[in-house]
Ligand binder design. Structure first.
Ligand SMILES: [Zn+2]
Length: 178
């Protein structure tokens, strides 16, 4: 699926609408610096809700993307599992209020591109230090390939991409889903 919807965000939220689909890795152009390659894809689910009587979107993103392991610098599959809520801010005052409350917020838009919303969320939730699983107990994550470590010198800079690219204001903590 290459088409992703554009939604009127506040109307979508108030109506309790729902949409879902897939975003291929090759469409995530703003993640280029952080991805080893464009393999992978994520499934998204966006649900309009009223959160404390304010319009918001509930996001669920699952899938996998290829990132670079900071231990061996080899490629690894990052299993993406994100659930978050973002309030829709109509103006700067709304954004400031969300900021004070420690709530994620995005500017409301009548033409909110869902693929871009998904990409923003991925940027915000990007793993700070992706590493292969040492113990082999995380599903979908493999162990370091030590043969790759010798040959590769390329390092990732997840923060650079995040700071440069994210338009989001407000908290980026993960503990405020509820
Ligand atoms: Zn590794």
């Amino acid at each position: 699926m290459s088409h992703t919807p554009v939604i009127d965000s506040i109307t979508f939220a108030r109506a309790g609408n729902h949409c879902q689909g897939t975003v291929q890795g090759e469409r995530l152009t703003r993640l280029d610096d952080s991805l080893v390659d464009r393999a992978g894809e994520v499934q998204y689910e966006v649900r309009g809700i009223l959160w404390d009587e304010k319009p918001a979107l509930e996001l669920k993103i699952e899938g996998w993307l290829m990132v670079r392991c900071l231990r061996c610098l080899g490629p690894m599959r990052w299993p993406v599992r994100i659930e978050n809520r973002v309030r829709l801010a109509r103006n700067d005052a709304d954004l400031d209020m969300a900021d004070e409350e420690g709530v994620d917020a995005i500017p409301a838009s009548q033409e909110l591109n869902v693929a871009e919303l998904v990409e923003d969320e991925l940027l915000l939730q990007w793993p700070i230090a992706p590493r292969h699983d040492v113990h082999g107990d995380v599903e979908g994550v493999t162990l370091c390939d030590t043969t790759l470590a010798a040959g590769s010198t390329k390092a990732v800079h997840p923060f650079a991409a995040l700071e440069k690219l994210s338009p989001r204001r407000g908290g980026t903590e993960q503990g405020n889903q509820d």
